[in-house]
Design a protein around this ligand. Structure first.
Ligand SMILES: [Zn+2]
Ligand SMILES: [Zn+2]
Length: 428
């Protein structure tokens, strides 16, 4: 039996229990023993003073890319999970666009086991929707659920066949798992490397119009309506997408969605100077889009925040803008970005922020956690919402260094991450 752990004197924010109070959290045998005020210190307990800090159910990122198997030089499951812990995340869902593709029970099992062996954060594997992510044949969803897949996605690309998406939604309904879609009409997007608009014209780069995303958003909402299956829309980036999700939710359609920290904090202006660290898919959009995404989070149209953590090798991002790979390292900056751009600007309350980063990810993806209720998983995030720090990519636990936030000042930082009652990360 492990030692009890008492986190003493923090501000406990747990929307799952409607809790926002100063108190203690006691963890025993990997679970929450009690939380709130007036908790005594059991004999032999390890006590950590968290006065002045915010204590929440462990944060969960349902959209990240680990590069193992296949590109362990870029990221391994262990380095990615370490990065997660350093960013305050106790759980992550790993997308299946690995080499080989995570499209069968053997690879799903491998990802799960590697995550457990690393021990930093809980790693929940996604399974691919189609065999090899080729968009042709439905993968063995049942077999992968049995091996531990928590959701399905062909992320990196869209499911181009509406018929295949319809079938996937029908099958997944039986297992009560979401189908997560990367919304991108390739006939409109192909060859594009940034948002289509004034900036792309100025830089002479081919743009990706908002409609490339929105056409898939509405198609998939309509397929969810037809099938009753759960569609989860990944990394929404446009005002129109928010309006379409709102339309779907108002009609009771089984649709949920997410936005990335970079899409609520940066515009296409970050691309100026052909900055490949600002190259991502979907691309950074306009100020009006950013505002609509923030509003969508505030009013609950958008359910949750993710990072779309996508490490790349340094040399690969050094290419010309149009040829450079998409994506940024996200896990270690997300909490700071979300505090800076959503909390401190009054867009979201503390409780809403915790809901979007912990409770709702757990609820939408049917994962354990997302609560500090008695007997629940002993996964806890402790952070300082007022701590200002400068992003130094060289200090990342991730192997990746590609971020547009290098040198940026953020206010808000993870201080302590606890998984299963065990401290997995502690800031110096
Ligand atoms: Zn994607
Ligand atoms: Zn992704």
């Amino acid at each position: 039996m492990s030692r009890d752990l008492l986190l003493r004197g923090g501000r406990i924010v747990d929307p799952s229990q409607g809790m926002d109070t100063i108190g203690d959290v006691l963890l025993r045998d990997g679970r929450v023993e009690s939380c709130g005020s007036g908790i005594g210190t059991p004999d032999g307990a390890e006590v950590i003073d968290v006065t002045g800090l915010v204590v929440t159910p462990g944060m969960i990122d349902v959209h990240i890319h680990l590069r193992e198997p296949g590109r362990e030089d870029v990221e391994t499951i262990a380095t990615g999970a370490h990065s997660a812990a350093a960013g305050g995340f106790t759980g992550v869902c790993a997308m299946p666009n690995t080499k080989p593709v995570t499209d069968n029970q053997a690879v799903v099992g491998f990802v799960k086991r590697q995550g457990e062996a690393a021990g930093y954060a809980r790693v929940y594997p996604y399974g691919a929707i189609s065999v090899g992510q080729k968009g042709e044949t439905l993968a063995e969803l049942a077999e992968m659920v049995g091996a531990g897949a928590v959701a399905f996605s062909d992320d990196g690309k869209p499911v181009e066949s509406a018929q295949l998406m319809r079938t996937a939604l029908e099958y997944a309904r039986a297992f009560n798992v979401p189908i997560a879609e990367h919304c991108e009409d390739m006939t409109l997007a192909r060859g594009g490397s940034m948002n289509e608009g004034i900036m792309s014209a100025k830089l002479g780069l081919k743009g990706i119009p908002a409609e490339a995303e929105e056409i898939y958003v509405i198609r998939d909402i309509l397929l969810a309506k037809r099938t009753g299956g759960h569609i989860h829309l990944c990394h929404l980036s446009t005002k129109g997408s928010v309006e379409l999700v709102r339309w779907g939710k108002e009609r009771g359609i089984n649709v949920t969605s997410e936005v990335c920290s970079h899409h609520i904090s940066l515009t296409e202006d970050a691309v100026e100077g052909y900055n490949t660290n600002a190259k991502m898919n979907p691309p950074l959009r306009t100020a009006a889009d950013v505002e609509a995404l923030q509003q969508g989070l505030a009013d609950g149209t958008i359910d949750l925040l993710v990072t779309d953590h996508a490490p790349h090798h340094y040399d690969e991002k050094e290419r010309e803008f149009a040829d450079a790979p998409n994506g940024i390292v996200g896990l270690e900056t997300a909490l700071g970005i979300n505090c800076t751009y959503l909390l401190h600007r009054g867009i979201m309350t503390m409780s809403q922020l915790v809901d979007a980063m912990s409770c709702k990810p757990a609820k939408v993806f049917h994962l354990p956690g997302g609560t500090l209720s008695r007997g629940s998983l002993g996964d806890v995030t402790v952070f300082d919402p007022t701590r200002t720090w400068t992003v130094d990519p060289k200090a990342f636990k991730s192997k990746g260094r590609n971020t547009p936030y290098g040198g940026h000042q953020l206010t808000g930082q993870a201080r302590l991450t606890v998984v299963g009652g065990r401290v997995v990360y502690r800031a110096d």
